[in-house]
Design a binder for this molecule. Structure first.
Ligand SMILES: NC(=O)c1ccc[n+]([C@@H]2O[C@H](COP(=O)([O-])OP(=O)(O)OC[C@H]3O[C@@H](n4cnc5c(N)ncnc54)[C@H](OP(=O)(O)O)[C@@H]3O)[C@@H](O)[C@H]2O)c1
Length: 246
């Protein structure tokens, strides 16, 4: 019997770890790419499956490309690559340094990972690329580069999916549109902040069903729909108008 294996790029966040845990419980062997492998040793050892932890240098596309190629060779391919890297920051002054960092990680690094994985899966003849994206990409927003980077990711994934179909290759591309969970956490909204295991379970299930695009949790689909529907003059006010002092 072939054991399923998965590579998670950006595996250090709470959400990533929960996804890794749920995949490991299903006996999927894992390669976890993280910035600080030593900090992940204890977590990796606690999982009931084979786990390798490797360093991630996403800001250097040449490095991440060769890291992926190397691990691909040693694993003799992979069934799933989950891209969970992401950087977000906000400063009213919009300093270029922050914008550049976000673009480096969320656009350049993201594209390097997806492009390389697609090429490797093309040679392999099958596979699944899943990425944890954000509904923030549906419209512009005050974290300007972040919102734009998520739109880039959505468009890039759609392009890869179309390309796989043209090549008649069974390569599944799954765009996981995560709700604004940080915002919900900040606002202490129980309605919009589901427990982490539930978020991870919906992501794992969507990947296993080979979904092309999924909103997690499901109720964020409604927010996505409303976000797209709002006329610009209302949408802009929602983001920029200072709250009146009581
Ligand atoms: N959390 C939310 O509310 C939310 C909502 C919607 C969408 N998303 C998106 O969902 C994805 C996952 O989010 P998350 O909350 O699980 O995690 P996260 O805190 O956004 O970080 C995701 C991963 O990216 C890695 N990363 C960030 N900058 C990096 C860099 N320069 N080099 C290498 N790795 C880097 C982080 O590693 P370190 O831990 O080592 O920094 C972490 O493993 C992201 O794309 C995020 O934008 C998140």
């Amino acid at each position: 019997m072939t054991t399923a294996n998965a590579i998670i790029v950006g595996a250090s966040s709470h959400l990533s770890k929960e996804i890794a845990r749920q995949l490991a419980e299903q006996k999927v062997s894992l390669v976890l790419f993280v910035q600080d492998p030593d900090a992940m040793a204890e977590f990796a050892a606690s999982l009931p499956t084979k786990v390798d932890v490797l360093p991630l240098d996403i800001e250097n596309p040449t490095a991440i490309i060769s890291q992926l190629e190397k691990v691909w060779l040693s694993l003799e391919g992979a069934h799933l690559v989950l891209v969970n890297t992401g950087l977000n920051a906000y400063s009213e002054a919009l300093p270029w340094e922050i914008e550049q960092d976000i673009i480096d990680v969320n656009v350049r690094g993201f594209a390097a990972i997806c492009n390389t994985t697609f090429r490797l899966m093309r040679e392999q003849g099958y596979g699944q690329i899943a990425a944890i994206n954000s509904i923030a990409g549906l419209r512009g927003g005050p974290s300007v580069a972040y919102h734009a980077s998520k739109a880039f990711a959505e468009n890039y994934l759609e392009g890869l999916s179309m390309h796989a179909q043209r090549l008649k290759l069974p390569i599944t591309i799954t765009d996981i549109q995560l709700g604004l969970l940080d915002k919900a956490a900040m606002q202490k909204s129980k309605l919009w902040l589901p427990p982490l295991p539930k978020v991870a379970k919906q992501i794992v299930s969507a990947m296993q069903k080979g979904k092309r695009k999924v909103y997690v949790t499901k109720r964020w689909r409604l927010v996505a729909w409303l976000t797209l529907l709002l006329p610009e003059f209302i949408y802009n006010t929602r983001h920029w108008k200072a709250k009146k002092k009581k």
